[in-house]
Design a protein around this ligand. Structure first.
Ligand SMILES: NC(=O)c1ccc[n+]([C@@H]2O[C@H](COP(=O)([O-])OP(=O)(O)OC[C@H]3O[C@@H](n4cnc5c(N)ncnc54)[C@H](O)[C@@H]3O)[C@@H](O)[C@H]2O)c1
Ligand SMILES: C[C@@H](O)[C@H](N)C(=O)O
Length: 373
């Protein structure tokens, strides 16, 4: 065979694999272009020095938002402080910088991402960078870049280096034509936000890379997450976090959704535990790669009533934000998470009363609760 044809043949084999182009085929073309001597993904030599019994070496992208610091603290308790690296484009406050490894990483910089993975021997990646639903609508081109181009970078780095990859999806990956109560794992997904569209894209791309290149991709559709010690980053469910701050500080809260807007919600401890559980689940127990997880569903009115039990003088008023309301109206009322409960024994701990008690205790309303009783 002439030399040029021979080279074409070898490159073709690398790109398409010897057979039909299914699971044991070669790495995606961008990896090959960036690094010409790659070998098929199933050879996995990049991670050869890590055995199954080693602790994972974890990178969290977008780690300085509402969920990332809590995830880092949770994983550090399990895997050791130095085995979990937080990264973001923001500057961390001192207490976070002191609490464990924390570095700059822009997920739009593919080379930098790859350097971090290589230099730190990363084996698990939690990809939290994103623009959420409300801020995404306010800046669609940035949301497209961060949520879609950023995901592509993460997928390629993950497959190239044999990482286990977690990408959170959301109730926002469903839309007004999805069944809403409960929404099953597999159904029509036609979201009407760039956030939702990018998350459906992430689900599909992750699953595609799993079947095409053997990537160990795992994904949960989170409900709105409620946390006490971190601020939400610009979503439609943010009201359910802000209400606790305002109730304790001012005894009143102005809600930007209608009183009857029922959405799926979850306390952060359940969310982080679910995330670790699905990452640790044996691959053979996962009948799918993207799962719904559910805990509670409530309306602003019901949440306010529960807060009122602890703070009798608490008052809620409504000043509806039409953009957020339109988003919320297209989202599920509850998620059917029976597959997660069956496959890897998912079970939530927090319902509405425990959530409210925990949040108000954190914000220091003990004296008010005592007064109320
Ligand atoms: N918080 C929720 O209620 C919720 C619900 C469902 C899914 N999720 C998903 O969980 C993940 C984390 O959510 P969150 O609430 O912590 O989000 P957040 O908005 O609070 O934080 C996102 C982080 O991404 C960072 N980021 C933005 N552009 C970046 C870039 N170019 N490179 C690196 N980092 C960048 C931001 O600085 C920010 O710290 C997201 O993917 C989100 O879609 C969150
Ligand atoms: C639901 C979730 O994805 C996020 N909290 C949002 O409202 O955008």
């Amino acid at each position: 065979m002439p030399a040029v044809r021979m080279l074409q043949h070898v490159v073709g084999q690398l790109l398409l694999g010897p057979g039909c182009g299914c699971r044991t085929s070669a790495l995606p073309a961008r990896s090959l272009g960036a690094s010409p001597w790659q070998i098929p993904a199933n050879a996995n030599f990049h991670s050869a020095s890590f055995s199954e019994t080693d602790q994972p070496r974890v990178l969290i992208t977008g780690g300085l938002g509402q969920l990332g610091v809590g995830l880092a603290n949770f994983l550090r308790k399990r895997f050791g402080k130095d085995n979990v690296i937080l990264s973001d484009i923001r500057k961390p406050p001192d207490h976070i910088f002191q609490s464990g490894p924390c570095i700059y990483s822009d997920i739009l910089d593919y080379k930098n991402l790859r350097e971090i993975v290589v230099n730190n021997g990363i084996t698990w990646l939690f990809h939290y960078s994103a623009l959420l639903s409300a801020v995404g609508e306010a800046n669609v081109s940035l949301a497209k870049a961060v949520n879609i181009t950023g995901l592509h970078n993460v997928l390629d780095v993950a497959v190239e280096h044999g990482l286990r990859l977690f990408v959170p999806s959301t109730i926002g990956a469903f839309g007004p034509t999805s069944p809403q109560d409960p929404t099953p794992d597999l159904c029509v997904q036609r979201p009407r936000t760039i956030y939702g569209v990018s998350k459906v894209h992430a689900e599909l791309m992750g699953e595609y890379y799993h079947y095409r290149y053997g990537l160990d991709f795992r994904c949960l559709r989170y409900p709105g997450i409620i946390s006490a010690d971190s601020q939400p980053g610009g979503g439609t469910t943010d009201y359910a976090v802000q209400i606790f701050h305002d109730a304790v500080k001012n005894g009143k809260f102005e809600c930007n959704l209608k009183p009857s807007t029922r959405l799926p919600m979850m306390y952060i401890d359940d969310c982080l535990r679910a995330t670790l559980e699905v990452m640790e689940a044996p691959a053979e127990s996962l009948s799918m790669r993207t799962y719904n997880i559910n805990a509670m569903s409530f309306t602003p009115e019901e949440l306010a009533q529960e807060v009122h039990k602890h703070i009798p003088e608490f008052q809620i008023t409504y000043n509806v934000d039409s953009a957020r309301q339109a988003i919320a109206d297209g989202w599920p009322v509850s998620l059917d998470d029976s597959n997660a409960r069956k496959d890897w024994k998912w079970k939530h701990d927090f319902d509405l009363p425990e959530l409210v008690t925990t949040m108000l205790n954190f914000h220091g309303s003990d004296t008010r609760i005592a007064q109320a009783n």
